[in-house]
Ligand binder design. Structure first.
Ligand SMILES: *Cc1c(COP(=O)(O)O)cnc(C)c1O
Ligand SMILES: [Zn+2]
Length: 439
């Protein structure tokens, strides 16, 4: 496997480097999965292969193929993921007191941002000649991986916590995966999947330990940088591409922390390459019942200490996609918040459900709870004086509302049963205005 543009896999704890051509998950110098690896690039090589114009025309994330860790002649496994719209959100903005924008990543093929990573992962699994892919997941990564495995003709065996929402289990079943519901939490399902990976040699997509996972998620940062520039977010509104158009904030939910780390890495890369002339601050949002990254960031605790401290505490939040008690990417996530000059906040389940409904009724965007959590986060950050009135804020909606109908009903209220009788409608809305009809 020849990756001329990838410099190395570098341990985030000790700096040891590994050959990117090997299937290595974590640094051998540390116990378990603590030594998360970072992919580093040779940007001269990358730029040699990247000639795409930053014109806002993004049909899929593979516009940025030169930045992705696949061989130059790899046959990509794709369902046209990425290329999601950046929507202006004036009604939401008016409610939040900010200049709001929505990066709608719920529009990805399986309904989540994770499709960006799955596409890269399954491409790499096939490159490596693996026939079985696996992961542990709170639901979305499982469905996402299963869809790309089906696309590639690979077998897929998934470990999910027994209490994952039904809709999220139905989806991978339809994609033909084996879905193993583990009696226990996500964290327990995760440990089992790691054991299985060691024993059977299946290709593990697990976001935190697979160094290539974050790399796919970078493209949301690349796209945002390109779209913010072309659409004039945070700048003077001109589409002249003269730069300076970078939002004040990007808000994103954090579970394991790979999404925030990937989005930051992508945006930051484009700033380093002078494609845009600044970077936004990142606002990481967690749920009260699953706040380990937030706690680590604000306590300035050592990531290992946090991992120990919360290991016994099961995560509990309505936002199941970020119900992670022991995040595996705390180091990368905290680094993203720190380097961007950003911070994190926590929000309650009540606030998350209210945000789901706010997002739906103000802008017509249907998010699952984790996808709406950043909206609640912006609200909390406004109240705390972190985000100022009028700041430009991009909210990344990471997952689709159709995935979790139960939460949506809790957020949206009740249906109203009525008799099939005009009188009932008149009772509710008054007498009406005559007999005009559409022709
Ligand atoms: C996985 C997921 C997240 C969190 O991503 P991490 O990389 O685990 O931090 C947020 N929202 C949705 C919808 C997800 O599926
Ligand atoms: Zn190390």
């Amino acid at each position: 496997m020849d990756l001329p543009h990838v410099a190395a896999l570098e341990c985030t704890l000790c700096g040891a480097t590994y050959d990117p051509a090997q299937v290595v998950y974590t640094c051998e110098e540390h116990d378990g999965v603590r030594g998360i690896l970072e992919v580093t690039y040779d940007y001269d090589e990358v730029l040699e292969r990247f000639d795409a114009e930053l014109d806002g025309d993004i049909r899929s994330q593979w516009k940025y193929r030169a930045f992705l860790p696949v061989t130059p002649d790899a046959e990509v496994v794709t369902l046209a993921e990425g290329g999601t719209p950046l929507l202006d959100a004036p009604r939401l903005g008016a409610e939040l007191g900010v200049d709001a924008w929505i990066k709608d990543d719920a529009r990805n093929p399986s309904g989540v941002l994770k499709d960006r990573a799955s596409s890269v992962s399954v491409t790499k699994a096939r490159e490596a000649g693996r026939e079985v892919v696996t992961c542990a997941s709170t639901g979305n990564a499982a469905a996402s991986l299963a869809s790309y495995a089906a696309r590639a003709g690979l077998a897929c065996r998934l470990f999910v916590p027994g209490d994952a929402p039904e809709g999220k289990l139905a989806q991978p079943l339809v994609y033909g995966a084996d879905v193993l519901a583990v009696e226990g939490t996500y964290d327990e399902a995760y440990d089992l999947s790691m054991e299985v990976t060691d024993r059977f040699g299946w290709y593990n997509r697990n976001a935190a330990v697979n160094p290539f996972q974050v790399e796919g998620k970078r493209t949301v940062g690349h796209e945002l940088a390109e779209q913010c520039r072309v659409q004039g977010v945070g700048g003077d509104g001109s589409a002249s591409g003269t730069g300076g158009d970078v939002p004040d904030w990007v808000a994103v939910a954090m579970g394991d922390g790979c999404t925030v780390a990937g989005a930051w890495k992508g945006f930051h890369e484009f700033a380093e390459l002078d494609f845009v002339d600044d970077v936004p601050r990142f606002l990481g949002v967690q749920a009260e019942g699953a706040s380990a990254i937030h706690d680590a960031f604000h306590g300035h605790q050592n990531a290992d200490a946090v991992a120990e401290a919360v290991a016994e505490e099961a995560a509990a939040t309505v936002a199941d996609s970020i119900a992670v008690g022991r995040p595996r990417n705390t180091v990368k996530a905290c680094r993203a918040l720190e380097e961007s000059g950003g911070t994190s906040v926590v929000v309650s389940d009540e606030e998350i459900l209210a945000a789901e409904s706010l997002l739906g009724r103000t802008e017509g965007v249907y998010a699952e709870p984790a996808g709406a959590a950043p909206v609640a986060g912006v609200q909390a950050a406004r109240e705390a004086g972190i985000v100022d009135r009028g700041d430009s804020v991009v909210v990344i909606v990471t997952g689709h509302g159709l995935k979790d109908t139960e939460s949506a009903l809790a957020a949206g209220g009740e249906v109203d049963p009525i008799a099939a009788d005009i009188g009932e409608v008149i009772d509710r809305y008054g007498g009406g205005h005559g007999t005009d009809r559409d022709p």
